[in-house]
Design a binder for this molecule. Structure first.
Ligand code: PSU
Ligand code: MN
Length: 309
């Protein structure tokens, strides 16, 4: 029996599949490790609602009892949001949670691997992982997944805590186009500006879909990364953010925090240092990305239907 048959559960998206709704994948590390309670559960529900309001179907992806779930019901979301022992699951960790029968939130890379099995082409997240500032060997598996899994990933840039120039260079090396959605500048998660260029600026969901098709038709297997700036009303300027990021990064180094624990530590510490302002930006950009991903999924479905007709 293949991985898909034995381990994947599609039960909470069956209705959407029957109705032929385009699917948008949502990650769950943000729920288990990225945001504090109770904002995490609220946000997961709000993202699902935002996708539905646009006319698409959300599929939050996570491991429950060692099974990979494509789509969670509300009780599952609640259970994951309040569980202390949930794993943070990247591709490396699939076998761990499967063999332990454990629960876990999938990272961007883990969610992309799940999407490959489930044939989902559009995915919304907050910020992708990348190359860390203090130790460049800490390079997120998200970059590897973007290099190898052909799908459209909507984010608000890479997490601002990272070495952004190095992260963009890596994406270029791996032939991952970085689309600025309505912008020439790579957004920096909490901030709309970074001083860094995207590889192409596009202005509509249809243009994103046409671009992605052209990219894959050219023979590439990499993802198309859509960088959608945080809504301006919730954005925080880079100059305001930088000192906080520097400070949190130094503290992490002093306390010897690294590996999987680094991102959750930094996000939490920066939220404290900004008195919650960074968290508001984080929630706002996640919702904004869910909406755009839904619009892109609809545009992709109509393009595929036109091609069949
Ligand atoms: N961005 C956030 N919050 C998060 C993450 C990203 O604002 O929780 C998560 C994503 O799931 C991403 C992961 O895939 O952090 C990257 O972790 P690492 O740097 O350990 O690869
Ligand atoms: Mn890492």
């Amino acid at each position: 029996m293949s991985f898909a048959d034995s381990l994947i559960k599609f039960k909470d998206v069956a209705q959407a599949t029957n109705r032929n709704l385009p699917m948008v994948a949502l990650e769950s590390t943000v729920l288990t490790h990225g945001l504090p309670r109770p904002q995490n559960l609220q946000l997961a529900r709000d993202m699902e609602r935002a996708v539905r309001e646009e006319g698409a179907a959300p599929a939050t992806i996570a491991f429950l009892g060692g099974h990979l779930h494509i789509g969670l019901n509300d009780a599952d979301l609640e259970r994951l949001a309040n569980e202390d022992g949930a794993h943070k699951v990247g591709p490396r960790d699939f076998a761990t949670v499967i063999t332990k029968g454990a629960n876990g939130g999938t990272t961007v890379a883990g969610t992309m691997l799940a999407c490959k099995h489930a044939n989902i082409k559009v995915f919304a997240t907050g910020g992708i992982g990348g190359i860390h500032r203090e130790s460049q060997f800490d390079t997120s598996a998200d970059l590897q997944a973007l290099a190898n899994i052909p799908m459209i990933v909507v984010c608000a840039g890479a997490k601002a805590i990272l070495d952004l120039p190095a992260t963009l260079e890596y994406l270029e090396t791996m032939s991952v186009p970085v689309v600025g959605y309505g912008t020439d500048e790579f957004p920096a998660f909490y901030s709309t500006e970074s001083g860094l260029d995207v590889s192409v600026k596009l202005d509509s969901p249809k243009d994103v879909v046409d671009f992605a098709k052209a990219h894959w038709d050219a023979g590439l297997q990499s993802a198309v990364l859509v960088a959608n700036p945080v809504p301006i009303t919730d954005a925080i300027s880079r100059s305001e953010m930088e000192p906080m990021i520097e400070r949190a990064s130094k503290e992490a180094k002093q306390q010897g925090i690294h590996g999987q624990k680094l991102t959750p530590f930094l996000l939490q510490r920066i939220s404290e240092l900004t008195h919650g302002k960074s968290m508001r930006a984080n929630l706002s950009l996640l919702l904004n990305n869910a909406r755009l991903a839904a619009q892109i999924a609809l545009a992709l479905q109509s393009r595929e239907r036109r091609q069949l007709a």
